[in-house]
Design a protein around this ligand. Structure first.
Ligand code: TNX
Length: 510
């Protein structure tokens, strides 16, 4: 530390070596409006997290959990409003809408105003990025805990900002899944889609069909064996963990194709009544449920019934992609019988976009995963009034390689460097699907080549935050040269958290 002579003539130690407070240019996703204020707030050991509204309780608990570890401060949550500290309150400006917030940082207080729990979760995600990166550390760190003065008013571009994890091709433990949930929550992702069944594995225990997991959940790509599935209790715990971070879980059972694991578990799910062998390769399109047997629909209904009962969120994903071994007419027959079952158990259908050619129900949500900018069925659905979830594979698939040298991942949709992932507009990508037709975005992570948390992180970071920016920030903010440094500013946080991110040469890491 340098010695400087203060005005009083006393020698003091300059603390310039302590990290400077973060700036307001380090936020991802970028808020709608950010005004600097001249004075910094410093979190003290006496600070309390004060709730003026009970809708902020869960967000407050999340914030306290993170900051207690890194600061070592007690940070009690209290209903008493004393002024200093962190105050969570209602009464936000109407412009914040159903999920937005205002964040005001003054010398004595940080005030988050929001009219909903979602708004408070989003405000807290911003506050975390304004604190020093070491605030994310799992162990106690030295202060100071400064927050730059600011006045922020923020709200999302799209309601739906999702991430998907394929736990079928490779299985991930509940702890690994929760780790990913924690990572995506930091970027205001509010939907977590779990791809729970595929040719290689059935990953959720279904009480009325126990062999689905006993047999179908016994292996994965590459042939590892074990109890590679979630009990219903473990699933509920994952869902609750996501909820405590403001995230709604969307379970997927992929049908009528991608069903080999189920067909390996029960002979009667096959037209020839013969069990299929378990599959540990990575081909797609070879399996199909038997469309003209009643037992197929008993099976599907039992699955929908059980998963609906343990899923608090309103959505169920029915898959429907790449049913290359199901004739077109059978595919339509299947969807015509199954979509009403999803309604019967109180859920709203999401599916890979192929399914939407079978229905005129405008409450269903097609998830576009193609690589072209024209899709007649999706455009027709948009015209009827369906809201489209955008996941174009050549832009937002987190399993695509960054470059030809990337060891992990696939390249069927192309190489997707960070700038490619950023360079598209979800509201003007598909012909006939304009801003008002778009429900939001989702970044899927398929796991044919992904085996560990380090692998997940390498593919998701930094492209998941890119997707989060596209889903949250207003289109007029879109600018690579201004975005790239903000993205770079996340790296110190990932280093502290041990996130194995890809250090893309396109990003000006410091
Ligand atoms: C296509 S995208 C699939 C998945 C694969 C993925 C690999 C989609 C709906 N289906 O079965 O895992 O490509 O990138």
């Amino acid at each position: 530390a340098a010695l400087v002579i203060a005005g009083s003539g006393v020698l003091v130690t300059n603390t310039a070596e302590a990290a400077p407070p973060t700036t307001l240019q380090e936020l991802v996703p970028q808020p709608a409006q950010v005004q600097p204020r001249p004075e910094t707030f410093t979190l003290t050991p006496q600070a309390k997290i004060q709730l003026a509204t009970q809708t902020a309780r869960k967000p407050a608990e999340l914030l306290a959990g993170i900051l207690r570890k890194s600061t070592g401060y007690p940070l009690p949550i209290t209903d008493k409003i004393t002024g200093d500290g962190i105050v969570l309150t209602a009464g936000a400006d109407q412009r914040t809408g159903p999920e937005g917030y205002q964040l005001d940082v003054t010398p004595n207080q940080v005030v988050i105003r929001a009219n909903s729990t979602a708004g408070h979760f989003n405000g807290i995600a911003t506050l975390r990025q304004l604190l020093p990166p070491k605030a994310e550390a799992p162990t106690k760190q030295p202060g100071p805990w400064q927050v730059p003065g600011a006045s922020i008013l923020d709200h999302p571009r799209y309601h739906h900002r999702g991430a998907m994890l394929d736990v079928s091709r490779h299985f991930f433990t509940p702890a690994q899944v929760k780790r990913y949930i924690d990572q995506i929550a930091a970027f205001k992702i509010n939907y977590f889609h779990l791809h729970l069944s595929d040719d290689q594995g059935w990953r959720l225990e279904i009480n009325s069909w126990p062999d689905l997991t006993k047999i179908g959940g016994s292996t994965e790509v590459g042939g590892r064996t074990g109890n590679l599935f979630y009990t219903q209790a473990e699933y509920k715990d994952i869902v609750a963990h996501a909820q405590s971070r403001g995230i709604t879980t969307i379970p997927e059972f992929d049908m009528p194709g991608h069903t080999n694991a189920a067909q390996a578990s029960y002979a009667n799910l096959n037209c020839d009544n013969k069990k299929r062998p378990l599959y540990t390769g990575t081909e797609v399109g070879f399996s199909s449920l038997c469309i003209n047997k009643d037992i197929t629909y008993k099976f599907v209904e039992d699955v929908i019934k059980e998963v609906s009962a343990i899923t608090p969120g309103p959505y169920l994903h029915i898959g429907g992609d790449e049913a290359l071994s199901t004739p077109d007419a059978d595919y339509t027959t299947f969807m015509n019988r199954v979509l009403p079952l999803i309604k019967k158990y109180g859920k709203t259908t999401i599916g890979w976009h192929e399914f939407v050619k079978t229905t005129t129900d405008t409450t269903t949500i097609p998830q576009f995963w193609g690589t072209t900018t024209t899709d007649a069925n999706v455009a027709a659905a948009a015209k009827r009034g369906n809201k489209i979830l955008m996941s174009p594979a050549n832009k937002i698939y987190l399993d695509m390689k960054y470059s030809k040298d990337t060891k992990l991942g696939l390249d069927w949709a192309g190489l997707v460097e960070v700038k490619d992932a950023y360079s598209w507009n979800p509201g003007a990508y598909l012909n006939g699907v304009s801003e008002a037709n778009v429900r939001g975005i989702e970044a899927p992570l398929w796991t044919e080549t992904i085996k560990s948390s380090a692998d997940i992180e390498y593919m998701a970071f930094p492209r998941l935050p890119v997707a989060a920016e596209l889903g949250w920030s207003q289109p007029n903010i879109h600018n690579w040269d201004r975005f790239a440094p903000r993205l770079a500013a996340q790296a110190p946080r990932w280093k502290i958290q041990g996130v194995n991110f890809y250090p893309s040469p396109q990003v000006p890491w410091k």
